[in-house]
Design a protein around this ligand. Structure first.
Ligand code: ACO
Length: 321
């Protein structure tokens, strides 16, 4: 059977940086509270008129360059986002037209912070079964557009950015396994309203992120612990085999708790939450690209990627890079 491997990574962050000190001037919060509770120090915010697909295009071109793949050779685009430019065409199709990957299958996946993990898992299967040769997998968000800037408990968390990987068919295993899950019974703990059903429930009418943070925190930590055990057990691998944990960047305390469950020193965890905030579907591919480009992640390393988000949804991938 063919395998899929990561041929290249790329990312892009909007130019505008919003620091905790900037937020202090906008709402009743403090740099100290934000750093102690979340680990976040600054985040990037898209310029007026800059869209999710704008960010994705920059990340995708960087990943294609790194992979040495021409856009015309891409035959599959999986795009994770909850902040699409339009209801339709989907962001994958909009990106396909920009890049000129004519004829490539292109679609979006809407699973909040797990969007990239879902997109990666789907693309991996298409490549492994021979239905795609070169796949572009994107996680991109403009969460600042659905942030409730009047709610300090969420406004300090979310941010904008994009990450991308190019998958290609390979002889040797690259992506060893992916696991996806959801539990819709937690739908009221973390949501963004304003959808077509909004009229039937006034509480869900506003298109802003609403979160019961402390509950989500507890569920995220316990769920991610189980998800990592599941990924390792499926490959009969011990925790000590993992070279790098590349987690979803929601909160430094969640990342630290997850690393502890894996007996992983923080030196082997890629953390970008301090500089990027929570970029939802973009956070894992952004962190991966940072680790690859600064030379920490090397070819042959074993990577454990995981994400948890609204839905609730979660997913993991064990990858020989
Ligand atoms: N500045 C100052 N004080 C604040 C702020 C703020 N920005 N926000 C809340 N507070 C106050 C609260 O009002 C509360 O005050 P009180 O004790 O007087 O009532 C106090 O701080 C503690 O609030 P908590 O919500 O209990 O704080 P907690 O320690 O839980 O941290 C946080 C909040 C950071 C949101 C945390 O719960 C968290 O990270 N949760 C998980 C987020 C996550 O992983 N989401 C999933 C992915 S996101 C997605 O899918 C889109």
């Amino acid at each position: 059977m063919t395998h899929s491997r990561i041929a290249g990574t790329g990312s892009y962050l909007p130019e505008k940086v919003l620091t905790n000190f900037d937020l202090e001037k906008m709402m009743d919060t403090s740099d100290q509270w934000i750093r102690e509770r979340t680990g976040i120090e600054r985040r990037h915010i898209a310029a007026s008129g800059e869209t999710t697909v704008d960010l994705a295009e920059r990340a995708a071109r960087a990943a294609l360059d790194a992979a040495g793949v021409r856009p015309a050779d891409v035959d599959f685009i999986a795009f994770g986002t909850t902040t699409p430019d339009m209801v339709f065409p989907n962001c994958g199709a909009l990106l396909q037209a920009r890049l000129g990957c004519r004829g490539a299958a292109a679609f979006s996946v809407e699973t909040a912070c797990s969007g990239f993990m879902y997109a990666l898992s789907i693309a991996d299967k298409f490549v492994r079964f021979g239905d795609a040769r070169r796949a572009l997998v994107i996680g991109a968000e403009t969460l600042s557009r659905i942030t409730d800037w009047g709610d300090r408990s969420t406004a300090v968390l979310f941010a904008d950015g994009a990450g991308a990987v190019v998958l290609e068919a390979a002889e040797a295993p690259g992506i060893l396994s992916t696991h996806l899950h959801a539990d819709g019974s937690y739908k009221d703990l973390l949501y963004c309203g304003g959808g077509l059903a909004a009229g039937s429930d006034p509480a869900k009418a506003r298109r802003v992120i609403t979160m019961t943070g402390s509950e989500v925190f507890k569920i995220a930590v316990s769920t991610l612990g189980r998800a990592m055990d599941e990924a390792l057990a499926a490959n009969a691998l011990d925790r000590s085999a993992v070279d790098w944990l590349v987690p979803h960047q929601a909160n430094l305390r969640i990342i630290q708790a997850t690393a502890r469950k894996l007996d992983m020193p923080m030196e082997r965890v890629i953390t970008t939450v301090q500089d990027h905030g929570n970029t939802s579907a973009a956070s894992v591919p952004l962190a991966l690209d940072v680790g690859v480009r600064d030379g920490r992640i090397k070819r042959g390393d074993l990577l454990l990627l995981e994400a948890f988000g609204g839905g609730v949804t979660w997913g993991s991938a064990l990858i020989r890079y």
